[in-house]
Write a protein that binds this ligand. Structure first.
Ligand code: GLN
Length: 445
């Protein structure tokens, strides 16, 4: 067992031991086969962005996905129709109501959000149903790609919910009677029951959550399941609406996008960090797994995962702000020294995003020794520049150039300007020394 496996598994095992004795809550019984679940079952699973899988307890035990399917079918609808079109039919406001409430907007009849049953039924109805690609086939394919393996349906649970699901059917009729929907929620409710009866394990759910956390790419299979903006949209709605009338309290205390289901599944996603899932079928009054809620809440607290926490400021983006005269290798000759004093140098490291780029630009300003000096930006130790940061840095360098400053970048891997690209202003070099030498040569001594 590797060291990482030990540390992560130990953390999950400790939570499992801590909460496995909690006997509060009740099995959902309005879908009769759900009462056959083992009330003692308790599994926890975590999947990292590198696709490392960790599970303890009943992480491999199958159960029906129920409402945990909702964010993933919402993702499918968003990727097929786009956010604006989906929002015309399903709003994205927390309802503050139970999962099966009649949460319909006055006037439009639009459901409050896609995480409550009313919104989930409409979302399912929005998935196109064509002879070549039937609606349920698309949904099962999509859920399977999120999980990274072929999933199937628990026919007994499906038949039971289809036989007892009058409240959902009533909701669908009500929606059809009030809203000018382009689709038929009454026809879709049977598909919705089937989607709720898809069989998963806690490890499957962790992979599904990890795919959302990983920008829509399944970290186990490398499959791009949904576009990155869709993954972010789904996580946003999970954060505000995923726990029904307990969503505000959950975001306050746990601080992670999450979704619960009545069979005892619970997922939480740490964006760009991991997917987490719990399975334990004893539910609280809001229909959330009691042990799952406790375990995921404690994990978030222990590991400082709350999204609103001040994110660890990436240590030092800017590693150097000086003039070329202050560099260790600077030659001592007076004339050369004077020239190098007119060359400002700032060096950055790591992955550059908006926040990091702001620091780098500020450092370039600070490093300046006057309006006529040259500027060297050293990106040798930069590992990545995202599109926002790239535009900011290019813009900053262009402004310096427009101010009459000579600009050079040390960019051996072509991260800021593609190799051979016409930069407009800055000269690109493979090393800081070459960039400095070029600037110093031409600096007015
Ligand atoms: N199939 C269930 C229902 O529609 C799902 C509800 C849930 O998991 N909260 O009632």
């Amino acid at each position: 067992m590797s060291v990482a496996t030990g540390a992560v598994t130990d953390a999950l095992r400790e939570l499992h031991t801590r909460y496995s004795g909690v006997g509060e809550g009740a099995l959902a019984d309005y879908i009769p086969p759900l009462t056959h679940a083992d009330p003692g079952a308790f599994g926890l699973a975590l999947i990292s962005m590198d696709g490392h899988r960790y599970g303890v307890g009943e992480a491999d035990v199958p159960f029906t996905v129920q409402s945990v399917s909702k964010p993933f079918v919402y993702a499918l609808a968003l990727s097929l129709l786009g956010l604006d079109e989906v929002c015309r039919w399903v709003n994205a406001e927390p309802s503050g109501e139970a999962f099966n409430a009649i949460s319909l907007e006055r006037g439009t009849g639009r459901p409050a959000n896609a995480m409550v049953n009313a919104g989930a039924i409409v979302t399912t109805a929005l998935v196109p149903d064509t002879p070549r690609a039937p609606r349920f086939g698309r949904i099962l394919d999509c859920l399977s790609r999120f999980a990274g393996r072929r999933l199937d349906v628990d026919e007994e649970v499906y038949a039971s919910e289809a036989a007892t699901g009058d409240r959902n059917r009533a909701l669908a009729y009500l929606i059809r009677s009030t809203g000018p929907l382009p689709v038929d929620p009454v026809a879709a409710v049977e598909t919705y029951f089937r989607q709720c009866a898809v069989r998963v394990t806690a490890l499957d759910l962790a992979a599904m959550a990890a795919t959302l956390a990983h920008g829509g790419v399944n970290p186990l299979t490398g499959d791009r399941v949904v576009p990155e903006p869709v993954a972010a949209q789904v996580l946003a709605v999970m954060a505000t609406c995923g726990m029904y009338d307990a969503s505000g309290d959950w975001l306050l205390r746990v601080g992670l996008p999450a979704k619960s289901g009545v069979s005892g599944g619970l997922i939480a996603a740490g964006p760009a960090r991991f997917g987490l899932a719990a399975y334990s079928p004893l539910l609280d009054a809001a229909g959330t797994s009691v042990r799952g809620r406790l375990a995921i809440g404690k994990l978030s607290e222990r590991l400082g995962l709350h999204l609103m926490h001040n994110p660890a400021l990436a240590g030092s983006t800017v590693t150097l702000v000086t003039t070329a005269a202050g560099l260790p290798a600077a030659p001592a000759g007076a004339r050369e020294r004077a020239r190098r004093e007119r060359v400002a140098v700032a060096a950055a490291q790591g992955a550059l995003d908006f926040t990091a780029a702001e620091r780098v630009l500020y450092a370039l300003d600070e490093a300046g020794t006057g309006r006529t000096g040259a500027v060297v930006l050293d990106l040798v130790r930069v590992t990545d520049i995202d599109t926002v940061a790239r535009a900011m840095l290019r813009g900053g360098l262009a402004r310096l150039d427009a101010d009459g400053r000579r600009t050079a970048v040390a960019d051996p891997d072509g991260r800021l300007y593609a190799p051979g690209e016409e930069t407009g202003a800055p000269r690109c070099f493979a090393s800081r020394e070459e960039a400095v030498a070029w600037c110093a040569e031409t600096a007015v001594g």
